[in-house]
Design a protein around this ligand. Sequence first.
Ligand code: C2E
Ligand code: CA
Ligand code: CA
Ligand code: CA
Length: 278
Amino acid sequence: HAKEHDLIFIRYNEGMKKRTQSRVELENDMRKALERDEFFLEFQPQFSLASGKMVGMEALVRWNHPKRGLLPPNEFIPLAEDSGLIVPLGEWVLKTACQHNRDWQLQGYEPVTVSVNLSMRQFRQYNLADKVDAILKEVGLAAKYLELEVTESMTFDIDTALNQLQSLKRLGVHISIDDFGTGYSSLNYLKNLPIDRLKIDRSFVKEVMLDGNDAAIVSTITTMAHHLKLKVTAEGVESEEQLEFLKGQNCHEGQGYLFSKPVPARVLESEFLNRLAG
Ligand code: C2E
Ligand code: CA
Ligand code: CA
Ligand code: CA
């Protein structure tokens, strides 16, 4: 019995060691990746459901790892959060997204908003608003063309969130609540926090034609957003049927594979951005 037990114990340890090693390895790689320019952004266009026009885009980070290939954010953002690397990485994302948006405006494309995801660590920084302000000034982008996405969990401590969001709003940037409906905060913050938009999580949109509960949730969120004078964006729109349902609810904007997957900057420019008339 003792032997068998030891063996299991050793196997367990080796498995753990491997996982820890690859974690540490990936973390070390990430430290160098910023200097080595291995991160890049893709952009997913967002459309007005009433006009069909492209009105904005969300910047999404990717990592071109020298050995592991292309890594999606789910494989390194949590690690970056744990290690604190999300702070410099998040600043790089913010600055790069603003630069792209400014460049497109200079090239004569119709101005649109770029949305950038904030992580909890970034949101907790006392000087976040100063950093955002500095980046906007350095890059030369007007604040109204930047939207910052926060999640419900970041608004859990409502006093801190209120302070932070007010400082950000004073700059003139927009604020949206990402993955709305999946968090556990009370509706109370909706009336107290200076937010501009709710993004309905794609888990609700996904089954809107199949599941009456999901349809009711999407409809309720949209109606509530209208009453609170908030904009509402549906995430993960994949089918015409979903689009028609959302239009019927007067949902303002949509984002999802039906319109486009996230694409590299060059593709966004050639296929989605509109030239200013005249
Ligand atoms: P998110 O903010 O909810 O971003 C939307 C995700 O849904 C993206 O995944 C996008 O590719 C995917 N998506 C969009 N439309 C559809 C659709 O119609 N169907 C399906 N099945 N999926 C769709 P992605 O790019 O893998 O990003 C995953 C998450 O990683 C993001 O979720 C966000 O939480 C995080 N993330 C990405 N970039 C950043 C960043 O720069 N900073 C931080 N802090 N987090 C980021
Ligand atoms: Ca987002
Ligand atoms: Ca989302
Ligand atoms: Ca469901």
